[in-house]
Write a protein that binds this ligand. Structure first.
Ligand SMILES: Cc1cc2nc3c(=O)[nH]c(=O)nc-3n(C[C@H](O)[C@H](O)[C@H](O)COP(=O)(O)OP(=O)(O)OC[C@H]3O[C@@H](n4cnc5c(N)ncnc54)[C@H](O)[C@@H]3O)c2cc1C
Length: 496
């Protein structure tokens, strides 16, 4: 068989999820010849099966919950839940019925060349897609994301279980649902479905849901889910799963759990074995692709987003994408090559949904115009929000992580219900603010904000951790009254 002709381009981006789409689009806008390769939908997980449709579901479920709170606060209300408008909104507004034509047009409109297919490395500087091989002059960017990590539980593979894809695409809800995995995605979806009348049971292998967050967060989230009728079973190590055509049964020791449907959300993993990494001397047996602080995997290869293992969040993918764009343009500039390497091309985005880019602004790591000033990744102030009601927002280290690092830790804590706004709001279970300080440095190194607007209140704490604002200054700021964020001051006062 004749060797395929090599097509010379500047950059090849493999995987056009949040991270890859951002990199490919901005490099194309800057005038580079960019080939973007995507085997499924341009935009990736977030707009079609992740953040955006799941938050539409949460918005709808929260509307129901808020209406149910009218009783006792403002009279009485009768609420009849109906999934049809939620499914319709996801289909029509968020995903264009899982069609990426708008996203493809957006990329090609910036001058990029789009290729539908699976890309794999084919030796240094080369990417193969089907029978085409591209030689990348300036580099290759891998933004191939993750897929659900399905544990090899006896019987599971033979059942019609759901991943997040089927859960997001569902048009008619089952009467009952087992959610295997009590992490952020599991508990968000569990609460949504329960609020629409599904009998939901969360099965969690460890001793608490949201096991990566503060124990107090797990307690509040568990109480909130239970109040919505969700059953939570912890320390469940699923050993066998049966499906008899109607019912799923999960067996764990002497316990078993049955429901009409099973949602498996037990984590995500990168699939590195498909990428031809061995052709460039990279070990494909790793869990993720390790990168340095400019997202280099090795010379001429960058990685961006979930595949790097630095945090499976859209905001991480966008943050890293800005660094990659700056670094590639810096390399082009230093190589003396032609296109507009100013790196100031504007970012399209802001509005959400498949018809528009997921992104927003470039953030702190926006591309720099000057050589040698490419920003470096810094994850100290990585924020994360679980969009349950109440929301669980957190930044930086938990108390346990800080202690494990041998830091001289101080902890401050306040219940939201003891703040004026929390008391007025009267929602149970309320929430709290917890701050973790490095006593030697006098700065916050982590914080958690749980409450009706926990994710929004978090922003002040992210600034504090990111900019290492001295605790003494934070204590003497003026906090508006009566806001939820004013509870931060009480937590700071409690530092001991
Ligand atoms: C239910 C759910 C809810 C979520 N909610 C949030 C949230 O509220 N906030 C948040 O920040 N994050 C959230 N996330 C996480 C977020 O979706 C991811 O962090 C984000 O999508 C990562 O983007 P990415 O570009 O790294 O990868 P992905 O979005 O996974 O995109 C990778 C792309 O690469 C393609 N690909 C893979 N291999 C190849 C190949 N060899 N050739 C060609 N194409 C390839 C895939 O088809 C895919 O389109 C959620 C995720 C889920 C599942």
């Amino acid at each position: 068989m004749a060797e395929p002709e090599l097509v010379d381009v500047d950059v090849v981006v493999v995987g056009l999820g949040v991270g890859g789409e951002e990199v490919a689009g901005r490099l194309a806008e800057a005038g580079l010849s960019v080939v973007g390769v995507e085997r499924d939908l341009v935009g990736g997980e977030c707009p079609y099966w992740g953040c955006i449709p799941s938050k539409m579901m949460i918005r709808a479920a929260n509307a129901l919950a808020e209406a149910r709170r009218v009783d006792g606060l403002a009279g009485s209300a009768q609420v009849r839940a109906d999934w049809a408008p939620v499914a319709k909104r996801i289909r029509e507004e968020a995903t264009d019925t899982w069609n990426d034509r708008a996203a493809v047009d957006r990329f090609t409109g910036k001058g990029g060349r789009f290729l539908r297919g699976s890309g794999r490395l084919d030796g240094p500087g080369r990417v193969r897609v089907g029978d085409q091989v591209f030689q990348a002059r300036h580099g290759i960017v891998l933004g191939t994301g993750t897929r659900p990590s399905i544990a090899p539980i006896d019987g599971l593979a033979d059942t019609p279980y759901w991943t997040n894809h089927q859960a997001i695409e569902v048009a008619e809800l089952p009467a009952s649902l087992l959610v295997l995995g009590g992490g952020a995605i599991g508990v968000e979806l569990a609460q949504v479905f329960a609020r629409f009348g599904v009998r939901v049971t969360v099965l969690e292998a460890s001793g608490r849901i949201l096991a990566l967050e503060e124990p107090e967060s797990s307690e509040v989230a568990a109480a909130a889910l239970r109040a919505d009728g969700v059953q939570i079973a912890t320390d469940v190590k699923a050993e066998r799963i049966d499906h008899d055509g109607d019912t799923f049964t999960v067996h764990a020791g002497d316990r078993s759990f049955a429901a009409d449907q099973l949602l498996v959300v037990t984590g995500r993993r990168a699939h590195l074995d498909e990428l031809g990494l061995d052709t460039v001397g990279i070990d494909a047996g790793q869990r993720y692709l390790p990168v340095d602080d400019r997202m280099h995997v090795t010379d001429g290869i960058w990685a961006v987003g979930d595949v790097t293992g630095e945090g499976a969040f859209t905001h991480i993918a966008m943050y890293q994408a800005s660094i990659v764009v700056a670094d590639v343009l810096d390399r082009v500039r230093r190589a003396g090559a032609g296109p507009d390497a100013s790196g100031t091309a504007s970012v399209v985005g802001g509005a959400m949904g498949a018809a528009s880019a997921v992104g927003g602004s470039m953030g702190a790591a926006g591309p720099s115009g000057a050589a040698g000033t490419v920003p470096r990744a810094d994850y100290r102030a990585l924020p994360r929000v679980t969009f349950t009601d109440p929301e669980v927002g957190a930044v930086g280290l938990t108390e346990r992580q800080a202690r494990e690092r041998g830091i001289n830790v101080q902890v401050g804590f306040t219940e939201l219900s003891s703040s004026t706004r929390g008391w007025i709001h009267k929602s149970e279970p309320g929430g709290f603010i917890k701050v973790i300080a490095d006593a030697d440095q006098g700065v916050l190194i982590g914080a958690t904000s749980v409450g009706p607007a926990g994710g929004e209140v978090l922003s002040a704490l992210v600034v504090a951790v990111h900019a290492a604002v001295p605790v003494s200054q934070l204590r003497h700021m003026i906090y508006a009254y009566p806001t939820f964020h004013r509870a931060i001051q009480s937590a700071l006062d409690d530092l001991s």
